[in-house]
Design a binder for this molecule. Structure first.
Ligand SMILES: Nc1ncnc2c1ncn2[C@@H]1O[C@H](COP(=O)(O)OP(=O)(O)OP(=O)(O)O)[C@@H](O)[C@H]1O
Length: 269
């Protein structure tokens, strides 16, 4: 874990950043969110798992204020200062890297903050590059810098690493952990990857049939490596909850090579 952790006071940690109570959302006859309940405390990192079509992106869009048709007897309270990271970096191709980071940023110290954010994601020397000159992982790092330079109270991430290769993804996990430890936003990360959820989150929630049906704290001591019994038990229980059967389980991220790579990254963290 990063050493530059910004400690939140006990009072700040106890503050609820996101409160969702009885949220409903339908598309025509199809009820996607049905009385959903979820709270996220300030600085807390929650991963959201769920089968394809279970409504994860619908929930994220509602929280981001991008869905003006959320209705029903629901309560949704989220901070105004929200940043969103998507699976594709969504950089403007006609703007250089630093200008992409600065998009919409106000204040006289903008360029300085933008450069500092690029430095945090390891791209200080690429500020004048065009997006097309960057790899997919580098573009996603610019997208993270663009999100965090705004010091959001809430960071929403919709499968941000889904399009990256497995090794780049591991490195991005390490970077995201470092950035979150430094900036302490509340985070809601949508992912299909159970390992990603366990490695990054304080809590893992499962969305099924429009509701949160499991909300599990990740209480693993030490590095979250695949080798530990606790990790394996939590992974199994989440996969079972998602209805992934025995034959499908070893899959994503479980190869020996990736497990070793993860451990190397943990040791150097
Ligand atoms: N604008 C829309 N109009 C009609 N139906 C929609 C709309 N947006 C989402 N849906 C439907 O709502 C359901 C949930 O979609 P959503 O994108 O939230 O799922 P998801 O859990 O994010 O899926 P995935 O993991 O595949 O990305 C799906 O059945 C989808 O077809």
């Amino acid at each position: 874990m990063a050493t530059d952790t910004r400690e939140l006071s006990a009072a700040a940690r106890a503050r609820t950043a996101v409160r969702i109570h009885g949220l409903e959302r339908s598309f025509g006859e199809r009820k996607v969110l049905q009385g959903l309940e979820l709270d996220i405390r300030a600085g807390e990192f929650v991963a959201l798992l769920g089968r394809s079509g279970s409504g994860k992106s619908t929930l994220l869009r509602a929280l981001a204020g991008l869905d003006h048709n959320v209705y029903g007897k629901g309560l949704l309270s989220a901070p105004a200062n929200v940043s969103v990271v998507f699976q594709d970096a969504r950089l403007l191709p006609w703007k250089r890297v630093l200008d992409n980071v600065l998009l919409g940023l106000t204040g006289s110290d903008g360029r300085e903050r933008g450069r500092a954010a690029l430095d945090e994601v390891g791209l200080a020397d690429r500020e004048s590059a065009w997006p097309v000159e960057l790899s997919g992982g580098e573009q996603q790092r610019v997208s993270l810098a663009r999100s965090l330079v705004r010091e959001p109270e809430l960071l929403l991430a919709d499968e941000p690493f889904g399009a990256l290769d497995a090794l780049t993804r591991i490195r991005m996990h390490k970077l995201l952990r470092k950035l979150c430890a430094a900036h302490r936003p509340a985070v809601l990360l949508v992912t299909h990857d159970v390992d990603e959820a366990i490695e990054l989150a304080d809590r893992v929630a499962v969305l099924e049939e429009g509701r949160i049906t499991a909300d599990v704290p990740v209480e693993l001591d030490g590095p979250r490596t695949h080798g530990s019994k606790e990790y394996a038990e939590l992974r199994e229980s989440l996969l079972a909850r998602l209805g992934v059967d025995e034959a499908e389980r070893g899959g994503h991220g479980a190869s020996q090579e990736l497990a070793q790579e993860r451990e190397k990254e943990e040791v150097s963290a």
